[in-house]
Every structure is written in structure tokens, then in C-alpha cells.
Write a protein that binds this ligand. Structure first.
Ligand SMILES: C[S@@+](CC[C@H](N)C(=O)[O-])C[C@H]1O[C@@H](n2cnc3c(N)ncnc32)[C@H](O)[C@@H]1O
Length: 245
């Protein structure tokens, strides 16, 4: 089985369109009904903030930051096509974007107040260097808010066809790449335990503020009780919010 790694996975126009349609679909996008409410709550007030976003995708979050009054927003992503979309999404002097591989990104010379990363770090073989570089991009008191694929999912065997109702977890304590089908293509997602994520954040020089598992927000399901019940069965996202020491 061939694997696409990291940002290059999204450098296929058909796959990118399919992913973005799913990502932004109202009730059926778990990002919108589970990850986003938790992420926004932990990111807090964005007004006046200088923000570095790791794995920024199509720039939607960047536009949100700027609409909320962010002083600056820098988005990095390994996918050339994602960065092209981000340039189309966000036209604002306060924003900048670059194609960059997070496996070896260098800290910014001008510090930021918030480092964000939404659903990107489970594409990386190693997260320790990225947390260290994020810490170096912040001054003490600056914050990082990160979401990743919940380890229950990255350790999971994909259920048979159809919407997920349950999740079989296997080899939970064996960190490393797991091959998955994502929009009909093979991808490597890197499994690590909650403990390993927490250790990596603390060891990089952060104090953990909060861990969240992004419980579905009932009000966002437009009355779709079946979908709400389904989404309450299996966690999909892990969020870590921490402050630079
Ligand atoms: C699931 S998407 C999430 C995008 C965006 N943060 C969002 O929430 O919509 C994951 C993103 O991480 C990026 N990515 C994955 N591995 C990367 C790497 N090694 N370096 C840079 N970006 C990477 C992908 O290109 C993709 O844009």
C-alpha cells in the first residue's frame, strides 16, 4: 500500500475538494459540531492577538481570526494547494501564508501570542520538535491550542462501510504510523497516546491549562437527534491548551 505523507496528501485537486466539502458541511462535519466549539472556547478572545497557525489548511480559521480582530495571522501548511486556497480565502494585509513542512519548521523571529494547530499534528512522525519550535515562537504567557485526531481513533481499526457507530481500539500503546483510507486514498496518520501528547507539550516548556475531548454540542445538530446520538458514541478529537512557562 502506498502512503501519502503530511501536507502532500492534500495536493490532489479532487481529494482537496472532497475534503473541504466534508470539512465545511454543517451538521455532518464533526469539525463544526465537536472540534470547533471547544477550540474557539480555549483560543479565547482573538482581538489584538498575533497568531501562528500550524497546518492552516484553506485559511478559513485565518479569516475567522482576522474578523475577530487579530493583529496578525501567519498560516503554515505543507500542501501547496491548501496554501493557494488560503490566499483565495484571505485577502488581508495582516495575513501571510507559506508552504512549510511542520516536521522541520523554524521558530518565528518575531514572537506571537497564540500558536494554533487544528487537526494537523497527527500527520507528523514526531511532535516534539514542533512543540519546541512553537514554544520558541512564544514569550512566557503565550498560549498554544492544539487539536489532533483522538488517540481512540488513531489506534482504531476502521469499521466496515457506513457511518461509524462504534470503534474498535487496537495496539493502543504502540505509537507510530497507521495506514488509513481517507477520501479513498491511503494516508499515514501517526498514533500516539494521550500521555505522549501531554508529555511532549510539558517537555517543550508549557504548563497544561486544559484537556478537552470535544463533546458534541447538541444545539449545533439542527434537531438531528440520530446524528447527535451517533456522535456521542465515539470521541474524535483531542484538544490540548497550554501556556508557555
Ligand atoms: C485535516 S487538515 C486541517 C486543516 C485546517 N487546520 C483545518 O482545521 O481546516 C490537516 C492539514 O495539515 C496539513 N499538514 C499535514 N502534514 C503536514 C506537514 N508535515 N507539514 C505541514 N502541513 C501539514 C495538511 O496539508 C492539511 O492542510
Amino acid at each position: 500500500m502506498t502512503e501519502a505523507r503530511g501536507g502532500t496528501f492534500y495536493d490532489d485537486p479532487d481529494l482537496l475538494d472532497a475534503y473541504l466539502e466534508h470539512r465545511h458541511a454543517p451538521v455532518s462535519s464533526p469539525n463544526l459540531v465537536m472540534e470547533e466549539p471547544a477550540f474557539m472556547a480555549e483560543a479565547g478572545d482573538l482581538a489584538g492577538r498575533r497568531i501562528l497557525d500550524l497546518g492552516c489548511g484553506d485559511g478559513t480559521f485565518g479569516q475567522h481570526c482576522l474578523d475577530a480582530g487579530a493583529r496578525s495571522y501567519r498560516g503554515l501548511d505543507g500542501s501547496r494547494l491548501m496554501i493557494e486556497r488560503a490566499h483565495e480565502t484571505v485577502v488581508d494585509d495582516r495575513a501571510s501564508f507559506a508552504v512549510a513542512d511542520l516536521e522541520d519548521f523554524a521558530p518565528l523571529t518575531d514572537p506571537v501570542d497564540l500558536v494554533s494547530s487544528r487537526m494537523a499534528l497527527h500527520y507528523l512522525a514526531s511532535v516534539e520538535p514542533v512543540f519546541a519550535a512553537a514554544r520558541s515562537s512564544l514569550e512566557p504567557g503565550g498560549r498554544i491550542v492544539v487539536t489532533v485526531l483522538h488517540p481512540v481513533i488513531s489506534a482504531g481499526n476502521k469499521p466496515s462501510d457506513g457511518p461509524r457507530q462504534t470503534q474498535e481500539v487496537d495496539r493502543y500503546f504502540d505509537a507510530g504510523p497507521r495506514e488509513r483510507d481517507w477520501f479513498g486514498r491511503d494516508v499515514a496518520w501517526f498514533h500516539r497516546t494521550i500521555e505522549q501528547y501531554v508529555d511532549a507539550v510539558i517537555d517543550a516548556g508549557f504548563a497544561i491549562d486544559r484537556i478537552r475531548e470535544c463533546e458534541p454540542v447538541a444545539d449545533l445538530f439542527d434537531g438531528d437527534e440520530d446524528e447527535l446520538e451517533r456522535r456521542r458514541r465515539v470521541p474524535l478529537f483531542l484538544l490540548i491548551a497550554a501556556t508557555a512557562r
